[in-house]
Design a protein around this ligand. Structure first.
Ligand code: KG4
Ligand code: ZN
Length: 365
C-alpha cells in the first residue's frame, strides 16, 4: 500500500532493449522492479536491432506495468506521478514508454515527469539507502555510455569526461564477440576472466592528454581483435583474418578475457584518480550495466577506501536498465513540483552537459 505523505511513483523505462516498470515510494523505497529483457530476440544479431526492440516493447509494456503494480500492491488510483525515461535512447523504443506514460498520467490526472536515462543511472545506488554527502563523482558505465560527472546534488550534474569512441560496455560486448562467448557478452566475459591470467597479454590503456577525463576503448577492442584473429587482409567488412577464436584453448580464451578486463578497468580507474585530485568529493556514485562487473566492483571498493569516499554501487538488479532508478530520481523532481506536460518528447540526445546516445549495442561481427 502507498505511504501517506511521500510520492508513490510509477517509473517506466524502454530506452533500449529492456521493458521495465517499477513502483517507488519516497524516492528510495522500491516496492516493485519488473524488467523484461529481450536478449533472446537480439542474440543472433549480436546486438540490439532497433525495429525488433520497439515492437517487443509494444507487446510487453502493458503486462510489465500491470505486473509492477500487482507486485507493489498499489492500485492505479494510488499513484501520485508517472515518470518515464524519455532520453537518450532508440527513438522507436523510447516512444513506446513515453506514450504509455502520457496515457497513464492523462487518464489518472497525475503529473508526468520525463527523466534522463543516464542521469537516472547515477541515482541507482541511492535506492533502498540513506542519502549520501555531496559533492560526488558520478561514473556511468553502460552499453551506450561511459561518462564521468561532478554531481553537485542529485539533480545537478556536470559532465567532466566521456568516451570519444566506444562505450566500455560496448567494448565488453565486442570483445566477447571476438572471443565467441555469445550475447550479451559483458557478463560472460566477466565470468570467464576470473579463470584467466590478466598478465598474459599487455593490452593498451588509451593515452589521452594528461589532464583529459575522456575515455577511449576502440584501440583496446582492435588490439584484442588482432591478438585473437591475427593480421587482417583487406579492409572494413571485406577484411579476412588469419584465424578465429575457435582455435583457442579454454585457457587461452580465459587469458584474453582477463587481460582485456585489466586494461578496460585500468582506463576507468585512471580517470577517477585524475578527477579526485581536482575535485574534493565525498561520495562516488556508479551506475550502468558494467557496474555489475565483479572486478570493477572490487577495484572501485579499493579506490573508495583509499580516498575515504562513500561508495554507492547499485545492487545488481539496479545496475542494468531498470525503472526503479527512473521513479526514484523523479521523486526529487516531484518535491520541487517540477513536472512535464503532455508535449514531452522522446529524444536520442541527452540533456545539456550529458552526452548524446552514441549507440545502443549495434550489431557487431
Ligand atoms: O546500462 P545497461 O543495461 O544498458 C545501457 O544503458 O546501455 O548496460 C548494458 C551493458 C552491456 O554492454 C553489457 O554487456 C554490460 O552492460 N554488462 C557487463 C556486465 N553486466 C552487464 N559488462 C561487464 N561485466 C558485467 N558483469
Ligand atoms: Zn542504461
Amino acid at each position: 500500500m502507498a505511504e501517506a505523505g511521500s510520492p508513490t511513483i510509477l517509473g517506466i523505462e524502454s530506452s533500449c532493449d529492456e521493458t521495465a516498470a517499477a513502483v517507488v515510494v519516497g524516492g528510495t523505497r522500491v516496492l516493485s522492479n519488473i524488467i523484461a529483457t529481450q536478449d533472446e530476440l537480439h542474440e543472433r544479431f549480436a546486438g540490439v536491432v532497433p525495429e525488433i526492440a520497439s515492437r517487443a516493447h509494444l507487446e510487453r509494456i502493458t503486462p510489465v506495468i500491470e505486473e509492477s503494480l500487482r507486485r507493489a500492491e498499489v492500485r492505479l488510483d494510488e499513484l501520485e506521478a508517472i515518470a518515464v525515461g524519455h532520453r537518450p535512447g532508440l527513438i522507436g523504443s523510447l516512444l513506446v514508454g513515453v506514450s504509455a506514460a502520457k496515457a497513464l498520467a492523462w487518464s489518472l490526472n497525475v503529473p508526468l515527469i520525463g527523466i534522463d536515462h543516464i542521469h537516472a543511472h547515477l541515482y541507482a545506488g541511492l535506492l533502498n539507502a540513506p542519502a549520501p554527502p555531496y559533492p560526488a563523482l558520478g561514473l556511468v558505465v553502460s552499453g551506450g555510455h561511459t561518462s564521468l560527472f561532478l554531481v553537485h546534488d542529485p539533480l545537478r550534474v556536470e559532465l567532466l569526461g566521456k568516451t570519444i569512441d566506444d562505450a566500455v560496455g560496448e567494448a565488453y560486448d565486442k570483445a566477447a564477440t571476438v572471443l565467441q562467448l555469445g550475447y550479451p557478452g559483458g557478463p560472460k566475459l566477466d565470468a570467464l576472466a576470473q579463470k584467466g591470467d590478466d598478465r598474459s597479454h599487455d593490452f593498451p590503456v588509451a593515452v589521452l592528454k594528461d589532464a583529459d577525463l575522456d575515455f577511449s576503448f576502440s584501440g583496446l577492442k582492435t588490439a584484442l581483435l588482432y591478438a585473437v584473429r591475427g593480421k587482417p587482409v583487406g579492409r572494413g567488412a571485406a577484411a579476412r583474418f588469419e584465424r578465429d577464436a575457435s582455435s583457442l584453448t579454454a585457457r587461452e580464451q580465459a587469458d584474453f578475457a582477463a587481460a582485456f578486463q585489466r586494461a578496460a578497468i585500468a582506463a576507468l580507474t585512471r580517470n577517477l584518480r585524475r578527477a579526485i585530485d581536482r575535485y574534493p568529493v565525498k561520495t562516488l556514485l556508479v551506475g550502468g550495466g558494467v557496474s555489475a562487473n565483479t572486478l570493477l566492483r572490487a577495484r572501485l571498493a579499493d579506490f573508495a577506501a583509499e580516498h575515504a569516499l562513500d561508495l554507492r554501487l547499485p545492487e545488481r538488479q539496479y545496475c542494468l536498465d531498470n525503472a526503479a532508478m527512473i521513479a526514484g530520481l523523479a521523486a526529487l523532481r516531484y518535491r520541487r513540483r517540477d513536472f512535464d506536460n503532455l508535449a514531452l518528447s522522446a529524444s536520442a540526445r541527452s540533456i545539456a552537459g550529458l552526452p548524446p546516445q552514441k549507440r545502443c549495442q549495434e550489431p557487431f561481427s
